[in-house]
Design a protein around this ligand. Structure first.
Ligand SMILES: CC(C)(COP(=O)(O)OP(=O)(O)OC[C@H]1O[C@@H](n2cnc3c(N)ncnc32)[C@H](O)[C@@H]1OP(=O)(O)O)[C@@H](O)C(=O)NCCC(=O)NCCS
Length: 353
């Protein structure tokens, strides 16, 4: 069975930084409250000219460049998002339209658990031998739907995009296990009333009605602590590994206390957990791939490392998996030189041409 190695990675975040000090001027909150309860110090917020598509496309281009591939070499584009720029056209089609090529394109909707879910979908096309090369993107611009007068939610979220290219290899690389779960009965603990086709009565016929994200924070917190640890642990067992085999945990960045709980469950020290929540807040489907991209760029991931990805979010849904890092056995790009960074060292593999 072919495996689906991650050969390229990229990220994009908006230019504008919204700090806790900025929020102190907008709602009754404090830097002390936000950092001690969540770990967040600042987040990125889309400006007028930044969109879900522009962020996703930038991250995708970076991932393609790292992989040494061009858009017309892609077989499929899968985008995980809860904030597409259009509700009829898939976000994946919008991204593919920007990139070029004729790859198949569709979205996966699993909110913050979206990227790990989409990675599992994309990987299975490769595992099944149907496709050789897939672009998987996680992107969200949730701040467009955050009520900046509601202190219980507006301090938490930020915008961004992350992307990976996965490619077929006979070596055991890429996603080794997948754990997906949901508790749909809990969907009203985190949702956006009036966002979809189901318009709530309160919207009436008033065109100025604007849907905003609503959340029962303590319910979501309890759910998250439980499923992040459980699903991460299950993904390790399903991969035939033990906690001692895990080199890095890359968790969804929603709350530092939730991340710490997941790390404790896997018996991992903090240095084996990638944390960037202080700089980006919760970027929803983008959080895991942004963290993965940073970890890869920093040289923290090495050929053969076992990396746990785990996320939870609206649905309520969760997704986890173990990725074996590295590009062993992947057919090198034939048309251009390829620079690949492994173990913090640029190997600069050259093509035969
Ligand atoms: C939202 C969250 C940070 C709140 O932390 P918490 O420790 O549970 O805090 P509580 O909800 O118990 O609120 C404590 C108090 O702080 C207040 N508070 C809430 N937001 C505040 C803010 N931004 N600044 C200051 N005070 C705030 C509350 O009103 C409450 O006041 P009260 O005791 O007078 O009623 C936490 O529940 C959480 O992270 N939940 C998960 C959310 C999440 O991850 N969502 C995304 C999923 S993908």
């Amino acid at each position: 069975m072919p495996h689906a190695a991650i050969t390229g990675w990229g990220k994009a975040v908006p230019e504008r930084i919204l700090t806790n000090a900025d929020l102190e001027k907008m709602v009754e909150t404090s830097d002390e409250w936000i950092t001690s309860r969540t770990g967040i110090r600042e987040r990125r917020v889309v400006g007028q000219h930044e969109t879900t598509t522009s962020l996703a496309t930038s991250a995708a281009r970076m991932a393609l460049e790292r992989a040494g591939r061009t858009p017309d070499e892609l077989d499929l584009v899968v985008v995980a998002t809860a904030t597409p720029d259009d509700f009829l056209v898939s976000e994946a089609c919008l991204v593919q339209g920007e990139l070029g090529g004729t790859a198949g394109a569709f979205d996966v909707g699993a909110a913050c658990a979206g990227f790990v879910s989409a990675l599992s979908v994309g990987s299975q096309f490769v595992n099944a031998g149907v496709y050789k090369r897939v672009l998987v993107v996680g992107v969200d611009t949730l701040t467009r739907y955050v009520d900046f007068t509601d202190r219980s939610t507006c301090v938490l979220f930020g915008d961004g995009a992350g992307a990976v290219v996965i490619e077929a290899t006979e070596e055991k690389r890429g996603l080794l296990s997948t754990v997906l779960g949901a508790d749909g009965a809990g969907h009203k603990h985190l949702f956006v009333p009036g966002w979809g086709a189901l318009v709530p009565e309160s919207a009436g016929l008033f065109p100025e009605y604007r849907p905003y994200l609503q959340m029962n924070g303590s319910q979501v917190y309890r759910f998250a602590v439980q499923v992040m640890g459980d699903s991460a642990a299950e993904s390790v067992h399903k991969a035939g590994l033990t906690f001692g085999d895990i080199d890095m945990l890359i968790p969804h960045q929603a709350n530092l206390r939730i991340i710490d709980a997941a790390a404790r469950r896997l018996e991992l020290p903090r240095e084996k957990v990638w944390v960037n929540i202080d700089r980006y807040g919760n970027t929803s489907a983008a959080s895991v791939p942004i963290a993965l991209c940073e970890a890869a760029d920093s040289g923290a991931l090495h050929e053969g490392d076992n990396v746990v990805l785990v996320a939870f979010g609206a649905g309520l849904a969760w997704a986890a998996g173990v990725v074996r890092w590295g590009t062993a056995g992947v057919e090198p790009p034939c048309c251009q030189a390829r620079e690949r960074t492994t173990a913090g060292v640029t190997t600069g593999e050259e093509s035969d041409e």
